[in-house]
Design a protein around this ligand. Structure first.
Ligand code: HAM
Length: 410
């Protein structure tokens, strides 16, 4: 038996319906804030992601050469693609630009619960606004979007400036390496790297930075930074709206393009793979041939949100099984069409079964049977059988439709 590739999943209809419901809620949250959906290709030129995505992601990409010898990759994330699209198509649009997306991404990671090789992200990118209000809007939207899904989470908000200030004496390669350990929450790796690079004096302030719970403590640990006023203003905007977040200046982010404010969300009930959201401010457009425009965004790990929410029962829409004799087939198609036109799910026999077998099948798969025997076909009626109670009554087609519709979602 052939199996699906490692790290991918199949979704049966119940699961797909649950996923679509949660997806709709996230789109709806973004819509209310004015973010409109965009779509980019599943694969891009490799260099789009090698320019600034960071070593971690580059190692994990699904890279291939097409028949024309082009180096391509399945997208490991969507931000770089959206900014490429902005440079190609969006430069003339009035700013700020508010875009959102729901897209699958591909990373060659070691699969486990909550970590897949194909996974979906719901994200937003706010392009062309470089203010504390812009940063605060994106954080508030992240909070709103996560809340709309029903997941329970902690939101951590920080800024890279204090950490970069602590690491300012290092060359960019060492700085990136240290930040990668911080991002992975790998204290052993961090310690070994600090020893190797003769930087053990940084261990204490780096640890202290992650412990700070107020903005003023952060500047005591890391020293003052020019971004201080902006950080304070962003945080006070969040406070003014009673956003439930925790200042966390230990956030390093795995992607290299972040420039300032950074934030992450963690599901309260998940284990190792509990990070359900990541985002921040960044600059990418200038690398792709555009203007050096400030941007800010986030992406939610949709699959992790679904794991966190767990299975739930959906409102059940009534299903009608249309049961007929061989002679009644044309009438059965008419009846099924009338139910469908009224928005009701109707299924007709495709197996050439007798009426008894059709009814037995309907009892397993439907809530009502619309029975069309010889008499009903001649009279233009339908015998509607409630397959749960067993009650049945011959009615006009309109009455039968009204009766099923009355049950709505049951
Ligand atoms: P990221 O933190 O790499 O950020 O990914 C965002 C989220 O995608 C993660 O928080 C996690 O929930 C989910 N995720 C990542 N890898 C996997 C995986 N292998 N399986 C399941 N879920 C996964 C970004 O991608 C940035 N583009 C976010 C952003 C948008 N920054 C600014 N704008």
């Amino acid at each position: 038996m052939l199996q699906k590739p490692r790290g991918t999943r199949d979704f049966l209809p119940d699961e797909m319906e649950r996923r679509r419901l949660i997806e709709r809620r996230m789109r709806e949250a973004a819509r209310r804030w004015g973010y409109r959906e965009v779509c980019t290709p599943d694969f891009e030129n490799l260099e789009l992601f090698t320019m600034k995505s960071g070593e971690g992601i580059i190692q994990e990409m699904y890279v291939f050469e097409d028949k024309g010898g082009r180096q391509l990759t399945l997208r490991p994330e969507v931000t770089a693609a959206v900014l490429r699209m902005y440079v190609n198509e969006g430069k003339v649009l009035p700013k700020p630009i508010r875009w959102c997306y729901f897209a699958d991404c591909f990373r060659y990671e070691r699969p486990q619960k909550g970590r897949y090789r194909q996974f979906w992200q719901f994200g937003v990118e706010l392009i062309g606004a470089d203010t504390p209000s812009a940063d605060a809007e994106v954080i508030m939207l992240a909070d709103d979007t996560l809340r709309s899904t029903g997941v329970t989470f902690d939101l951590h908000v920080g800024h890279l400036a204090p950490m970069k200030h602590l690491l300012s004496g290092l060359d960019p390669g060492d700085q990136r390496a240290i930040m990668a350990y911080l991002d992975k929450h790998d204290p052993q790796g961090l310690e070994a790297a600090l020893v190797e690079k003769n930087l053990t004096h940084l261990a204490e302030p780096l640890a202290a930075l992650g412990e700070c719970r107020t903005v003023s403590e952060v500047f005591e640990v890391a020293g003052d930074v020019p971004e201080r006023a902006r950080i304070e203003e962003t945080f006070s905007l969040l406070d003014s709206q009673n956003i439930d977040y925790r200042p966390d200046f230990g956030i390093a982010r795995g992607l290299d393009y972040y420039t300032g404010m950074v934030f992450e969300g963690f599901a309260k009930n998940l284990g190792a793979e509990n990070q359900i959201l990541g985002g921040g401010t960044y600059r990418l457009a200038h690398l792709f041939g555009g203007d050096d425009v400030a941007s800010c965004g986030f992406a939610i790990g949709f699959d992790r949100v679904m794991v966190s929410i767990g299975d739930f029962t959906l409102a059940h829409e009534p299903v009608v099984g249309v049961v007929c004799t061989p002679e009644g087939r044309a009438r059965a198609l008419e009846v099924a069409r009338a139910f469908r036109e009224a928005g009701i799910r109707a299924e007709a026999d495709l197996m050439g079964r007798g009426m008894g077998a059709q009814l037995a099948h309907a009892a397993k798969t439907a809530d009502f049977a619309a029975v069309l025997g010889k008499r009903e076909v001649e009279a233009g009626t339908v015998t509607l059988k409630d397959l749960h109670s067993g009650e049945q009554q011959e009615r006009s087609l309109e009455d039968a439709i009204a009766e099923v519709a009355r049950h709505g979602a049951c």
